[in-house]
Design a protein around this ligand. Structure first.
Ligand code: FES
Length: 320
């Protein structure tokens, strides 16, 4: 099982309005030393308040060692994290953050990269774009947003990334609209696509790409704000280390059912996105509902995410 990343002391050195409902935060280490290095696509845990940790992608160039830049959308379906950040994360405030972790890496064998972002999903892609540009690599970034007023990071996109980026506004002329079929052409072997955005955007883009023959291994994704579906039949979970058997009814997650019996699993996103709760499966078949593991990893049924995944068998035994 992976533990939540240990915390670092950081200070909010800058807060700015980036677009309607989106603020930018620049974080520096509280003692003025360089921050731990990060890779393009990485995210950090942000300790919003006691008991509330949320993940945000780092959107600056990984060559910058003194700050992490984040973009935070006040989500309409916020479970409290982004609302609290917008309300109380002011310049000069000290906060705890985790070490950078990366589930959304640039492929090692990449030739050309296609970056496809919807809304606030631009954040990890911006870091990738800045890194690829610095190394003179072939890439193009497509960024779909509702309207200019909702578009964060326009200054960077229209200046240093202008020749590598296209911004598509939903309310703009039809000629500039994003058409996945137009840009998601059948790839060369070393072309890799990176997709991040709201679930509907991702489902649509990935569906189009698969129809055009993109192999799964060339499409890399990062989900956020995933809806947790805790529906389905009841099953039993066995916590192997204590032998405790717990019933998990529909509407309850494994993590919730275990917590009610005093067995706590480290949690962070609680949406199957971050991998913090990843747990070894000893017996039984999981009903994987997370976005963290790849299809190949899920097919092994060796690990599961109890914050959202369920069981296909009447009983499932976990290494907890
Ligand atoms: Fe994030 Fe389970 S807590 S995947």
């Amino acid at each position: 099982m992976s533990d939540p990343s240990p915390a670092l002391d950081a200070v909010i050195s800058r807060r700015e309005a980036l677009a309607d409902g989106i603020i930018g935060l620049e974080l520096e280490s509280a003692d003025g030393t360089p921050l731990p290095p990060f890779e393009a696509g990485a995210h950090i845990d942000v300790h919003v308040k006691p008991g509330l940790i949320r993940q945000y992608s780092i959107c600056n160039d990984p060559a910058e060692h003194t700050s992490y830049r984040l973009g935070v959308l006040q989500a309409t379906n916020s479970r409290g994290g982004s609302i609290e950040i917008h309300r109380s994360f002011t310049e000069g405030r000290r906060i705890k953050i985790g070490f950078p972790r990366n589930n959304f890496r640039l492929a090692k064998d990449r030739g050309r990269s296609v970056l496809l972002g919807g809304g606030i999903g631009i954040t990890p892609l911006l870091s990738m774009a800045l890194r690829l540009k610095r190394h003179g690599e072939r890439f193009h970034l497509h960024y779909c947003t509702r309207a200019r007023s909702h578009t964060a990071f326009l200054a960077e996109l229209e200046a240093e990334l202008a020749s590598h980026a296209s911004v598509h506004f939903d309310d703009g002329p039809a000629t500039q609209r994003f058409l996945a079929r137009k840009i998601a052409f059948t790839p060369e072997e070393d072309t890799h696509a990176y997709v991040c955005g709201p679930q509907g955007f991702m489902d649509w883009v990935i569906g189009e790409m698969k129809q055009l023959g993109w192999p799964d291994g060339n499409i890399h994704t990062e989900h956020f704000n995933a809806a947790v579906d805790s529906g389905g039949a009841s099953f039993q979970v066995i916590a192997a280390r204590s032998g405790t058997i717990v019933e998990v009814p529909p509407g309850k997650t494994i993590a919730e059912a275990l917590a009610a019996r005093g067995i706590d699993i480290p949690l962070s996103c609680e949406q199957g996105v971050c991998g913090t709760c990843l747990t070894k499966v000893l017996n039984g078949i999981p009903d994987h509902r997370d976005f963290f593991q790849t299809d190949a990893e899920k097919a092994t049924n060796r690990w599961m995410t109890p914050c959202c995944s369920r069981a296909l068998t009447p009983t499932i035994e976990l290494d907890i």
